[in-house]
Design a protein around this ligand. Sequence first.
Ligand SMILES: Cc1cc2nc3c(=O)[nH]c(=O)nc-3n(C[C@H](O)[C@H](O)[C@H](O)COP(=O)(O)OP(=O)(O)OC[C@H]3O[C@@H](n4cnc5c(N)ncnc54)[C@H](O)[C@@H]3O)c2cc1C
Length: 502
Amino acid sequence: MLQSQRRRILIVGGGIAGLAAAYRLSQARRRGLPVDEFLLESSDRLGGVIRTDRAEGCIIEAGPDSFLREKPEAAALARELGLADELIGSNDAGRRTYILHRRRLQPFPESMILMAPARVGPVLRSPLISWSSKWTMLREWLTGRAPGGDPPADDESVSSFVARHFGGGMLETIVEPLLAGVYGGDAAEMSARSVLGRFCDMETKHGSLIRAARVFRTRMESSGERGSIFMTLREGLGSLVAALAREIEPERVELQRHAVRMERAVSDPGVPRYRVALEDGSSREADGVILALPAWASAELLGSLDPVLSEHLAAIPYRSAVLVALVYPESVRARLPQGFGFLVPRAEGRRLLACTFVHQKFQNRAPANRALLRCFLGGADDAEVLAAGDDAVMRIVREELAAILGLHDEPLFARVYRWPRSMAQYVVGHHRRMLAIQERLQHLAGICLAGNGYSGIGISDAIRTGETAARERSRWNCTKKKRLNTEITEDSQRSPRREAES
Ligand SMILES: Cc1cc2nc3c(=O)[nH]c(=O)nc-3n(C[C@H](O)[C@H](O)[C@H](O)COP(=O)(O)OP(=O)(O)OC[C@H]3O[C@@H](n4cnc5c(N)ncnc54)[C@H](O)[C@@H]3O)c2cc1C
């Protein structure tokens, strides 16, 4: 193959989505497809929000700590990269999550599939749920439909969806804190269709979510399917990033290259070509570009190429997160409640959103004589925490842990991580925005979007979007003017079953 016939593909963004895209394109090239891939990353490291640090025998995840077993892409990629023996599950024998309720930690009721009880008994006994919500739940189960009425034709907020089925009590104590922990988002704004796609499907099929959850549980029990809910890698998720990086030739990766603008480059008539301008004044040209970036960053790049597309992308909101890892001595480990950690509902009026007892959730995260806690701050109600200095953040976290756990001890050491504008929010009408984005992309042959802004915010979702974009680009035939990013089309048109309800 002549060099000139090869299609040069630029991947902008070296998070897990961009790395997955680069890896798949490098495989395609080695198989003989005429593609030449290059990756640009603005920071000095690969992995994006995935980062694993090591300190004094602890494995500290600075961003995500695991992926859901039911979403297969991350585990499949790890296996393919030779990490099969490194995959571990969460310690589900000790799985118990608490919710702060009236200043006390109460166990999350057993047999819940997010908000839908697969067994009614534990929910009826739980002090977390008000009697009026319990009554609404019983009606939902017995009548086989949402007591609050039928779903609207198009989309509704998560709050409205949950309240229709189970009343407001369930929303405040169970659903809001769960979603705040995953999205840092506000249930009144988030789209039921895009965030709770699986539950919308359950409603369509069974009417009652409780009936659907019971069917699901019976099916799981009879299939004998076992396995932890969360999976990770023994040495941390950073090993997935490292394994991907090993597969991509170093000369094809440029770090500290911040892309600022995209424009059309001169090319043969009918053959699209793009120029990506970098902050340092240089530029790179390519026949195809995969923007594996947060949607707001892609919006900035595409501003002059397609202002309408750029506006749609910029309208996908993102929230920031601050994560604090604290390491304590053995005496603290012995005093902590058994379980994975706790969530804090908004009504409790605290700044902490969630806390994970990492040493109990996964094996080998901390030496036997240490406790490792990860605390989450930020989200919809506390954007200011991002601007606070480390000392101020530590003061907040220690006050919260003292108030909630009675933990007044000085940590042996702590780390503060900030993730500005990192968590995409799928707000009501997100699927319509995705259709509009898709429509605009049809006029920009050769450009694909990947990452967490579109069809799922988990690690597996990001990998899926990167892999799909790579498949699109490696199949790309420049004589066809109309190229579809099939990933986005599929996800916007179907009821989004696989989306990010983690
Ligand atoms: C604190 C936190 C905890 C999470 N926990 C979990 C979890 O436990 N499980 C789970 O499944 N998911 C979790 N997620 C979500 C998941 O980790 C992310 O959605 C996913 O990793 C995003 O990958 P990405 O490649 O799309 O984006 P990113 O990781 O954000 O990567 C984008 C990359 O693009 C680069 N970039 C940005 N702008 C430019 C530019 N102009 N030019 C060049 N490069 C640029 C950035 O530096 C970055 O490296 C969590 C997210 C956060 C923030």
